[in-house]
Design a protein around this ligand. Sequence first.
Ligand SMILES: [Fe+2]
Length: 208
Amino acid sequence: MQSGILTQQRALLTQERTLDTQRRPLHARGAARGPQQLAAEVRRLAARPADWLSRVRLNPDGRWYERIHLDDSWEAWLISWLPGQATGFHDHGGSAGAFAVVWGSLDECVAGSAGGPVVTRAEAGTPSAARAFGPRYVHDVRNSSAATVAVSVHAYSPPLASMTRYDLTPGGLVASGTEGAEIWLPPGRRVRGPSRRSSRPRGPGCCA
Ligand SMILES: [Fe+2]
């Protein structure tokens, strides 16, 4: 499996061109964006691999995530997933969000009306690839593939400030703890500029 993963990573990297996100002008200050606006942003990012492809990393210790855009209105993250890596159930601290799978596929799990999990697949290159959600949304996202990596781009507005984690019990979702941005942002990177980190159980989005 490892050789297959390395082959996929090489395939990603051969498409690498120029990454210059840090020199791109930040978007002007503005009001918070809604789910459909964020969906448009992740589709735009998904269509521009030169802006993020060189930041794809595969880390056996946890999902690799890196912020690729931040302004006062919204932020965007790139997340790289090895097979089996997952977020666990989480909310987004009151931020709306959207994500698009740009390589491989991800399974998104939500608590169904009957209390059990409902899983849908988001697959790169298909209409299912992009998802958007409001500020009260709770989900678990995972790469359920046995041998295929996944890469996704995520957008949040306002930028994530906290996340609450949940356990899905027979009685529904039960909060298990809340973490602030200091958990997933390295010291000194909490205001502006790209941030990167790997994480086993935590991190922004479907995140992170
Ligand atoms: Fe999420």
